[in-house]
Design a binder for this molecule. Sequence first.
Ligand code: NAP
Length: 318
Amino acid sequence: MLPYRRLRESCGGRARLAAVTADDVTSTTDRPRPDSARLLVTGGRGQLGRALTTLAPAARGLAHADLDITDPDAVRAFVNPGDVLINCAAYTAVDRAETEVEAAFAVNATGPRVLAQACAEKGARLIHLSTDYVFPGTGAHPYEPDDPTGPATVYGRSKLAGEQAVLEFAPDAQIVRTAWVYTGVGADFVATMRRLERERDTLTVVRDQIGSPTYALDLAAGLLELAGKPGTPRILHATNAGQASWFDLARAVFAGLGADPERVQPCGTEDFPRPAPRPAYSVLSGNSWAAAGLAPLRHWKLALNDALAAVSDYPGPP
Ligand SMILES: NC(=O)c1ccc[n+]([C@@H]2O[C@H](COP(=O)([O-])OP(=O)(O)OC[C@H]3O[C@@H](n4cnc5c(N)ncnc54)[C@H](OP(=O)(O)O)[C@@H]3O)[C@@H](O)[C@H]2O)c1
């Protein structure tokens, strides 16, 4: 197993953390009061929120129970001048959103507007997470930030509405679109493949959906670098490099576990009908990230190997 500390270093954590682990971030041992925190992570108990607070333990991770991002008074009470707030809170149940439209828009559209207004009012900086689902998902080339959007799902429409609110209400905010995020722990795709490798002889996985598998710790390290670098373009894309189908990713997980990848067989989207249509192609280009002077995220296969080596050390969901 790759020791967890080494993993943090190998994903670039140490170098990139230098910008945000300085004195301006308070220590968790000295439980910060709302008015003393400098790096805030909303949605702090989610997949990405946990990755961020793992790499930056002095950051203040706010669970849903600590702060509901749709509550303007509560948000205003937490945000202070000079804070950097990374918003990982979201309604992420893509299929359920098709019928829970109001709930999805409350968290993904109203929430970011509330955060953007509070950050603008208090002189704090907002970094807001968004998704490849804002695009139609029918492309043939990696999406750039200024490519036309056109979400095909309620989740995608709600996230796009959140982006628009952030752009309108917080002039200093950045939006970071990402995709296919995993830790390998819990119930994400990589964790599910690990479980199925133990439970099943064979399985079928869709081959006709292509995207950008992204290790949460790599993304978190990139976001922490961005947190130390104001003035970048307003919309950026951040994923591990390269592209894959879910089938490719599943086979890579099996191979990484030392199992026979041939146990994973391909199938088509039509074999797994879902309430929300999944994009056939939603790879995000890393050009905007590199052009902003931010360290490119490594290839997804390298990241996956480290993720698999580190799962036993990785802090699981609460
Ligand atoms: N995971 C992916 O593959 C992926 C892909 C593209 C983009 N993204 C984006 O990346 C960001 C982080 O995603 P993630 O995978 O970390 O999501 P996640 O694991 O589902 O975490 C989201 C967190 O938001 C919290 N939350 C929900 N409603 C809230 C509210 N009103 N106020 C405060 N917190 C609330 C949830 O808490 P409760 O569970 O307690 O409600 C949960 O802990 C999101 O913006 C997501 O859209 C994710």
